[in-house]
Design a protein around this ligand. Structure first.
Ligand code: FAD
Length: 498
């Protein structure tokens, strides 16, 4: 007999609600806790998971496995070629091990919810009590409703309600205790049941990184929950007080760089918020009091919950449909050459190119720059935002469906709480405002490193044409003013048809 916890995007022991419940149940029943993790290459394909993300998850899994060994808890792992077989595989293993209870944390995407629903049914028939709990969000979806009893689709009132709800239910931020150590020998006994040495799943060939890319990503993004907590500590000690004033400046190392950990579940947003509030001396335990930097950081983390609530309530956003269906009929350009130049960071707009090259270099990009390049993609190039959304998932190490879809919807004005379509970012003004000294541009676009002063924002328009030509930096691929007019027209026509 045993109790099983099924790990997914919750690759940590600390403050993990599903794992904590599984641990308590095992202790109460006096039986061992067994953990499992299954992957399917088909899931990677269906979700456009980036190579960087696969690598990060598997590195984090290695750390998790070692930590579980310290508790004498075995970790069963498997690669299931056909993802349709995942549920029957899990059920088969639970039966084989004599599990009476299984726990997991809920994922809100449609495929995952369906999978869990199937498993609930199968487990019920097999006499196994399967419990899936909310863990990835602080406030469970469908909890917050407007005065009219509807789901919020605008962030600000939703945020006020989110804060109020957490203040009224402080247990939502409470730490979930880690499981206790298994009775001795449990790991050995079950590991021999698993067969072979039960290694960390290997990376499918089409998701393998070159060794050069792997070591580069390793240095930017050390994996696992210990690293996540250290990174959080450093951020709380040093950068959070100034976060409100600096978070939009991509040239400064001012944000937490924790998104990869929230996405892999090596850190819970609940833990991060609880710790930030505790470190905020003037907050008196409130999320919206005390230091402005901390308040702002928590309100950014709230966006993560907001987009997951949106996804859970309007699952059609998972199906390549715009949240606002009246925007479904915009006539997009499908210009491969433009798409290629955007991906390579060769648009001739320095701030856009710096951001796209940051993605190529780090598999990550600053939030302000994600907005700039997404707006440029949809509004200046009139490319279908879904192609950009997919490219982000295929290349970001922190790829998260809800946040990515939400960010693209916002920038392309097709999503929940969007920028109105007629508010179009001017890349040059964005560049001057948020990268005033051009540090970020010079860091990521070597061709422009020797260009001094303001010309770095627009070398061909500001008297640095010769240097830009010499270094091979391209001319702007579109003219912003004209592109803006065209976008306004297309959006208006699309709305007319929609
Ligand atoms: P910090 O500034 O330190 O913020 C703390 C945390 O708050 C982040 O780690 C993240 O979990 C959350 N957060 C901050 N801003 C947002 C936001 N706008 N939406 C949702 N959550 C937010 N974030 C992802 O995690 N995965 C994605 O795939 C993703 N795609 C995006 C695509 C677009 C077009 C845009 C505009 C934004 C996207 N974001 C995504 C949100 C945001 O850009 C990143 O979370 C942020 O840049 C991560 O850096 P950080 O950890 O240093 O953030």
């Amino acid at each position: 007999e045993c109790v099983v916890h099924w790990f997914k995007r919750d690759l940590r022991i600390t403050d993990n609600r599903g794992l904590s419940l599984a641990g308590s149940k095992a202790k109460e029943a006096g039986v061992p806790l067994i953990c499992m993790f299954v992957v399917s290459p088909q899931d990677y394909e269906a979700h456009c998971t980036s190579k960087a993300r696969v690598d990060f998850d598997l590195r984090s899994l290695q750390v998790l496995k070692e930590d579980l060994e310290g508790l004498d808890v075995p970790l069963y792992t498997a690669t299931i070629e056909d993802r349709k077989n995942i549920t029957s595989h899990i059920l088969g293993k639970c039966k084989e091990w004599g599990a009476k209870h299984m726990f997991c944390n809920i994922e809100y995407e449609v495929d995952e919810l369906r999978r869990e629903t199937t498993l609930v049914k199968k487990c019920l028939e097999a006499g196994i009590n399967f419990v899936a709990v909310h863990d990835d969000v602080v406030v469970p979806p469908e909890t917050l409703v407007t005065g009219a009893g509807k789901q919020y689709s605008v962030y600000s009132p939703w945020y006020r309600s989110w804060v109020k709800h957490i203040h009224a239910h402080p247990h939502l931020l409470a730490e979930c205790p880690a499981p206790v150590t298994n009775h001795s020998g449990a790991r050995q006994k079950f590991t021999s049941l698993f067969g072979d040495s039960n290694p960390i799943p290997s990376t499918p060939p089409n998701k393998s990184l070159s060794s050069e890319d792997r070591s580069r990503l390793l240095s930017y993004w050390p994996a696992g929950e210990h690293e996540a907590r250290e990174r959080l500590n450093r951020f709380l000690e040093t950068r959070i007080p100034k976060y409100k004033d600096t978070r939009n400046l991509p040239g400064e190392n001012s944000t937490s760089l924790l998104s990869v950990h929230f996405s892999a579940g090596t850190l819970a947003s609940r833990t991060a918020i609880r710790r930030a509030v505790a470190a905020n001396k003037g907050s008196n335990g409130k999320l919206d009091a005390g230091n402005q930097g901390t308040i702002t950081w928590i309100s950014e983390l709230a966006w993560r919950d907001f987009y997951k609530h949106v996804l859970a309530h309007w699952p059609y956003v998972c199906m390549s449909k715009p949240f606002k269906y009246e925007y479904a009929d915009i006539e997009w350009e499908y210009n491969d050459e433009h798409f290629r130049r955007w991906k390579q960071g060769k648009t001739g707009f320095p701030i856009v190119d710096a951001a796209m090259r940051q993605i190529l270099g780090m598999s990550y990009c600053h939030n302000r720059c994600r907005m700039i390049v997404a707006s440029f993609f949809a509004k200046d190039l009139l490319l279908d935002w879904r192609q950009g959304e997919k490219y982000f998932m295929e290349n970001l190490i922190d790829g998260d469906f809800a946040s990515n879809n939400g960010g693209w919807g916002f920038s392309a004005s097709t999503g929940v709480d969007p920028q109105p379509y007629f508010r179009i970012f001017n890349p040059l003004l964005q560049s001057e405002k948020f990268d005033a000294q051009g540090d970020y541009i010079r860091k990521w676009v070597p061709e422009l490193r020797s260009i001094e002063g303001k010309a770095v924002h627009d070398p061909y328009g500001r008297g640095a044409m010769k240097e830009a030509e010499r270094s091979g930096y391209p001319r702007p691929m579109v003219e912003h003013k004209g592109a803006r007019e065209k976008a306004l027209e297309r959006y208006k026509n699309g709305l007319g048809r929609g």
